[in-house]
Design a protein around this ligand. Structure first.
Ligand SMILES: Cc1cc2nc3c(=O)[nH]c(=O)nc-3n(C[C@H](O)[C@H](O)[C@H](O)COP(=O)(O)O)c2cc1C
Length: 327
């Protein structure tokens, strides 16, 4: 089995190693959501020894924004900035992939200026009409076109942490009685529609899906449903599955002490699909990350907060592992 610092071929792309910088909102976009030099520097500083940087979540529609200084990819004025970012990543030998997102029912009126909408009504959230659902799928497709125009090598769909795609998949949020809710088949319908539309616009570039594989709640999504969903995502053209979970961004409280807290879910999904799978959650040490790959539990390892606080994490991990495994 290869280890963390071995390259990985995915479609026409060769990642120089299996270290991933997972998407993390840096707060370095401008108030208008454009790319700034500070934001470019954040990614460039971390990417010269990195296999796969995934740029933080960027909203595909003004109604899908979650907060201030979030990157925006909802109109063509964003393309110039993303082009600079893609060029800067390519200059340090890294691919450029951006996560695109819609917050659906978990944003608030203060941020978007109108009542948030999600699959089902909740306090302060109205229910999306079917026609609006098709409209949002098209907004994901248009955002993808912009990323492609800017020279990006791929996009990641944010289908985790309680964002809109996750809201449709999760029985905690989705209590619809039409074709977009109820059965597992119906709850997968909207995310799969988005995948289908986005896949077409990518024209061979990379499609990643961040999968909320486990809601960590008794009546929420469990791994059995996620394995079925992962298979359908693969069949629909997803090239890499980025397996996360929980309904909040970084560290579900109940998992705080566990090293590799979403790795068991990633491992279960890996055993059911043939596309590469990313494992994440509380991973800080190179040797541990290497073990996850060399034992075949996951194909790639995402290191979030540890990489945020040490911009040379990938470089140091490469050195450490080269020393411990001389060729
Ligand atoms: C400050 C911060 C911002 C984050 N922003 C995003 C995001 O934009 N999209 C996303 O899918 N996850 C986001 N996450 C979650 C991370 O990608 C990652 O899954 C999580 O931090 C667990 O990995 P770690 O334990 O290595 O940090 C964020 C996490 C942090 C700490």
């Amino acid at each position: 089995m290869p280890g963390l610092i071995e390259p990985l071929k995915v479609k026409g792309y060769t990642l120089r190693n299996r270290i991933v910088l997972p998407p993390m909102q840096t707060g370095r976009a401008s108030f208008e959501g454009t790319v700034t030099n500070r934001l470019i520097n954040f990614y460039v500083r971390r990417s010269s020894h990195l296999g796969l940087p995934i740029v933080e979540h960027s909203y595909v529609s003004p109604t899908g924004k979650i907060g201030p200084k979030q990157l925006a990819i909802h109109d063509d004025s964003s393309i110039n900035g993303f082009e600079k970012l893609a060029n800067a990543l390519h200059e340090v030998g890294a691919p450029a992939v951006v996560q695109i997102s819609h917050a659906g029912g978990v944003t608030n009126k203060r941020v978007i200026g109108t009542e948030p909408a999600g699959p089902s009504p909740r306090e302060k959230t109205r229910m999306l009409e079917a026609s609006e659902i098709y409209g949002i799928a098209e907004e994901f497709a248009l955002a993808t076109e912009r990323a492609v125009k800017a020279g990006f090598d791929g996009v990641e769909l944010h289908g985790a942490h309680g964002y809109l795609l996750n809201q449709f998949f999760s029985p905690l949020f989705n209590r619809r009685e039409d074709e977009f809710g109820g059965s597992l088949e119906n709850r997968m319908r909207f995310p799969l529609l988005v995948v289908e539309k986005v896949h077409k616009r990518l024209d061979g570039r990379l499609l990643l899906y961040r999968l909320g594989s486990d809601d960590l709640a008794p009546s929420g999504t469990h791994i059995e449903d996620s394995v079925v969903f992962a298979n359908r995502l693969e069949a629909s053209g997803v090239d890499i599955l980025d397996v996360s979970g929980g309904m909040c961004g970084s560290e579900p409280k109940q998992l705080r002490q566990i090293k590799g807290y979403f790795v068991p879910q990633a491992q279960a999904i890996k055993s059911a699909v043939s596309v590469p799978v990313i494992g994440v959650g509380g991973i800080t040490e190179a040797e541990y990350a290497d073990k996850l790959v060399s034992e075949g539990k996951v194909d790639l390892v995402a290191v979030g907060r540890a990489f945020w606080s040490d911009s040379q994490w990938a470089e140091k991990a490469t050195e450490t592992l080269k020393k411990s495994k001389p060729t």
